[in-house]
Design a protein around this ligand. Structure first.
Ligand code: NCD
Ligand code: ZN
Ligand code: ZN
Ligand code: ZN
Length: 357
């Protein structure tokens, strides 16, 4: 079956600074293997993408190595509101970290949030890591500025219901949910052993939270992986960082859910292609598609993956709909497990965004 090239609006490529975890080459190989032809990369790198020079490092790395199309988020910091307007157009959006997670970009109070809302141009979206009560505060600030806000990795009943109410009030809010919050709950942590210790942010939630996400599918605009690779050694070592990889497992898990009747094919395409494009104003990729074999089930194994992280929380799960072929702008770039393209075929989509808040 032929599907559009998928879009993942929440991916960590770890470049610059932590290329032992992932880089533009390994991360975009993982994307293609997962049927994803556009990734939007997060700014919590080392250094974080929070000014022109750090952004330039990531742009150069992408230019040199990316195999699929990509866009870069800039990170809002307590120091950078004034320098953002000049470089905003080289990014696909502004990321606000409003709760503690991996990396240094934490905005401590609403005074800093507001400065960023005031400086960031309306030609690019604002996305946020905002959990629980923080989300309620953010919705209020976005309302004050009459701004669209996209909420990253929604994971609880409280959050999905807050977003539902905001949408019912007519606020321009959109959101994404990850495969791990849909398919795992905190009951699954013991089975992850040592690598479950630092798990992920937002943390895996209760069964009831998980059920609430499935019960509010109509509120979920996008499925995004939050592909957050950390090596197995790091996950099992001292002071492990939070984060799960996801690029190579998302589509097989969702197609499995289609097979089980929990989702329709339309549900998946809407949330991994149509809505991501509409929400972020992403350009169309000409002559681009993926081909999946819906009859082919297989065991998910980290050993078969392109990500450098070397593990998956879904080890041993059954995936369905093997990605057989990926065609990007008329060129076959992936076939039956093999990457067929050399570095550099991916485009930075920042200049072609058509977003307007
Ligand atoms: C992410 C990471 O590792 O960069 N970790 C995570 O647990 N999701 C950061 C984030 O997305 O919050
Ligand atoms: Zn986050
Ligand atoms: Zn509800
Ligand atoms: Zn993330």
């Amino acid at each position: 079956m032929k599907l559009p090239g998928l879009i993942d609006v929440h991916v960590h490529l770890r470049e610059p600074g932590a290329t032992h975890k992932e880089d533009f080459l390994s991360g975009t190989k993982a994307a293609l293997a997962g049927g994803v032809t556009t990734v939007l990369a997060m700014p919590n790198t080392q250094p974080p993408l929070a000014d022109g020079s750090s952004l330039h490092k990531a742009v150069s790395a992408g230019q040199e190595k990316a195999l699929c199309d990509y866009g870069l988020y800039l990170g809002g910091s307590m120091e950078n509101p004034d320098l953002l307007p000049e470089i905003a157009d080289q990014s696909v959006g502004l990321k606000l970290y409003l709760d503690a997670t991996y990396g240094p970009l934490l905005l401590e109070d609403t005074i800093h949030w507001r400065k960023l809302f005031e400086s960031w141009p309306r030609s690019r979206p604002i996305v946020a890591h905002a959990e629980g009560k923080t989300l309620a505060a953010l919705l209020y600030i976005a309302f004050m500025y009459d701004r669209h806000i996209h909420i990253c990795h929604v994971s609880t009943r409280e959050e999905i219901c807050l977003i539902k109410s905001a949408k019912e009030k007519g606020l321009p809010v959109t959101c994404e949910v990850t495969p791990h919050h849909l398919f795992l709950s905190k009951e699954d942590i013991p089975a992850l052993g040592k690598r479950g210790k630092s798990e992920v942010r937002p943390r895996l939630a209760s069964r009831d939270d998980q059920r609430a996400l499935w019960d509010h599918l109509e509120v979920i605009d996008c499925f995004a992986t939050d592909h957050a690779p950390h090596t197995l050694a790091e996950k099992e070592g001292e002071d492990p960082p939070p984060g799960f990889p996801g690029l190579e497992t998302a589509l097989p898990l969702f197609l499995n859910a289609v097979h089980e009747g929990r989702l329709s094919m339309e549900d998946v395409i809407t949330r991994m292609y149509t809505n991501p494009r509409a929400v972020f104003g992403l350009p169309e990729q000409q002559e681009t598609w993926i081909e999946v074999d819906l009859k082919r089930g297989y065991e998910i194994r980290a050993a078969d993956q392109y990500s450098k992280c070397g593990w998956t929380p879904f080890e041993g799960w059954t995936g369905l709909g093997c990605v057989e072929r990926v065609v990007l702008r008329g060129e076959e770039v992936f076939r039956n497990g093999e990457i067929l393209t050399t570095a550099g075929g991916g485009r930075n989509i920042a200049p072609s965004l058509t977003y307007q808040a």
